[in-house]
Design a protein around this ligand. Structure first.
Ligand SMILES: [Zn+2]
Length: 562
């Protein structure tokens, strides 16, 4: 036998969920050519002694926002170094294609607001050589990427393409809905993995206007899911607002006979039953023969923020008057007593989903802008500071921020911090481990290493699931849902997308701040722990130290789905 590369004596965790076994894996021409307890003599280009390591299929990240970054950074850093070999872009429908030249600035402003991307980086970075969705895919295919990529066609982009600026202000006419259906059909015909949207009130665009998809009626959503499903393919993905009912989503799953993926199911300790009610509704729909899944996260949702761009509270209705403001006008609004009273009143009202839930012990001062005056406040929670000062916590945070010209950096532990609850969500039969949001919210958090965290923290350290089940959840489960053939398992004939790791140490490193975006903007990044190598289509893209130099752009643009 001839092979490019043979792994000898690895603990083979093959992605199917079955017990790991010791064995050899040979790859050749980008494919796995043999998996066996012992392969005997092989004429191999390279042999890796993997006796103390485990080999698994590469991680599928089904919820990323690399749509913009991929046009200036085809390595999709930092994901490949964190074991990800396939990334799905276009989630929530926040994409950059289709987009007419006249709508580019609006689209970038929207992404800045909704996904916390630096406007300067987007302006300096996005390579706008496309307008339509097929032109965008052609550009990605020509440029290449370090990992395999699948793309949703995104509702907000489709709506803006058809309605221009009015996409964010009004309902669509029947004629406009018909034109949107044509765009979705065309995108599906050219290889979109599905159709994605958001009805979440947390999703606001330029100037605090809702993201365009939020203006869609149920009839518009139904028509577009219908257009997606015409070819008998496609996944419908949405980030669900409270006003969108599971019953309506089940009706779309029934009418389209296609999988419906519901995000973002994050545990909220103020309404601890809410996500389980959603998962129960999803389970009941499956029992009635629909295919529905809930996207869950294995990471606590923790965000760093300043009051100049306070994502955790921007979804509050009472915050809307501040959304379009900046500089002195924003500071005046934040100082305004009626504004603060409105925010306090809203935070005191129970609700099922809200990013920030009045838990001031979970908001901390990370970095003050005036250390000579405020250094003692660093690493203290707002609850502690307010107690010492005898002040209201919201006043405490806003007064400090205003005194420091809105430059104080805070961190908030928002959701998913109750580990017993999160463990049950991760093991739910209809959940899908997802929600890294890689490529977005770059100054707020970075969960691109979610897969390594599932393996290390949840499988090894907590024993919430077996290592083989954790691997299945990161590999063959998402490929099966998304209809990606020949990936996600270590099987003869499958693509050689591989992660070699040390099960005793695997995990994700702490987040750290780097300033390497176009124009020098900052982002948070994270390093792998215990990852020894990552291969995409048989070529190595990362080693134990991270992305390899001149990383080969060997990922495929995936356009064929079951
Ligand atoms: Zn998203």
């Amino acid at each position: 036998m001839i092979a490019d590369l043979v792994f000898r004596g690895a603990l083979v965790v093959d992605g199917s969920g079955r017990e790991p076994h010791r064995g050899d894996v040979a790859i050749d021409g980008g494919r796995i050519v043999a998996v066996a307890p012992s392969l005997g003599r092989i004429d191999a280009g390279r042999t890796v002694d993997a006796a103390s390591l485990a080999l698994m299929p590469g991680i599928i990240d089904s919820h990323t926002h690399f749509d913009a970054q991929i046009t200036w950074d085809p390595t999709l850093a930092p994901s490949p170094a964190l074991g990800v070999t396939t990334a799905v872009i276009g989630n929530c429908g926040f994409t950059i294609a289709p987009c007419r030249a006249a709508d580019r600035e609006r689209t970038m402003q929207n992404l800045t607001q909704v996904e916390g991307m630096s406007l300067a980086a987007l302006r300096a970075g996005i390579d706008w050589r496309f307008e339509t969705f097929p032109e965008y895919l052609a550009q990605l295919r020509a440029r290449g990427a370090a990992v395999n990529v699948a793309a949703y066609v995104g509702h907000s982009s489709v709506r803006t393409w058809v309605m221009g600026a009015e996409a964010a202000t009004r309902a669509a006419t029947d004629v406009e809905i018909g034109r949107m259906q044509d765009v979705v059909r065309d995108a599906m015909a050219h290889g979109a993995v599905g159709f994605a949207t958001s009805t979440s009130p947390a999703h606001n665009g330029e100037g605090g206007l809702p993201m365009p998809s939020r203006l869609a009626s149920d009839a518009e959503l139904a028509a577009l899911v219908d257009a997606m499903a015409e070819g008998g393919r496609g996944v419908f993905m949405l980030t669900k607002g409270g006003q969108t009912s599971m019953a309506f989503l089940e009706s779309l799953a029934a009418a389209s006979a296609r999988p419906v993926m519901v995000a973002a199911l994050l545990h909220n300790s103020v309404a601890p039953r809410a996500v389980f009610d959603d998962l129960d509704a999803i389970a009941a729909a499956n029992a009635r023969g629909r295919r529905m899944l809930g996207q869950v996260s294995c990471c606590p949702l923790t965000m760093d923020f300043t009051l100049a761009s306070p994502y955790p509270v921007e979804g509050l209705k009472s915050w809307q008057p501040a959304l379009s403001l900046s500089g002195e006008r924003l500071k005046r609004k934040l100082a305004d007593k009626p504004f603060r009273d409105g925010v306090r009143a809203e935070l005191a009202t129970p609700t099922t989903f809200r990013l920030f839930n009045n838990e001031w012990d979970k908001v901390q001062v990370v970095e003050v802008a005036q250390p000579e005056k405020h250094a003692a406040l660093e690493q203290k929670s707002i609850a502690e500071i307010a107690a010492v000062q005898g002040s209201d916590p919201l006043d405490t945070m806003l007064d400090l921020a205003i005194a420091e010209d809105l430059k104080t950096v805070f961190t908030a532990q928002l959701l998913n911090s109750d580990e017993d609850a999160v463990g049950r969500m991760l093991n739910h039969p209809q959940s899908i481990v997802s929600l890294s949001d890689a490529g977005a919210h770059l100054t707020f958090f970075n969960d691109a290493g979610f897969g390594l965290h599932l393996l290390g923290h949840w499988a090894r350290d907590r024993g919430t699931m077996s290592m083989s089940e954790a691997v299945r959840r990161l590999t063959s489960h998402p490929t099966e849902v998304l209809g990606i053939a020949d990936r996600g398992m270590l099987r003869e004939g499958f693509a050689a997308d591989l992660l070699l790791f040390d099960p005793a140490t695997v995990g994700r490193g702490p987040k750290r701040r780097v300033c390497d975006l176009p124009g020098g903007a900052a982002r948070l990044t994270t390093d792998a722990i215990g990852a020894h190598g990552v291969w995409v289509n048989g070529r190595q893209v990362a080693d134990a130290t991270g992305l390899i130099a001149n990383v080969p752009l060997v990922g495929n643009l995936l356009t064929q789905f079951n």
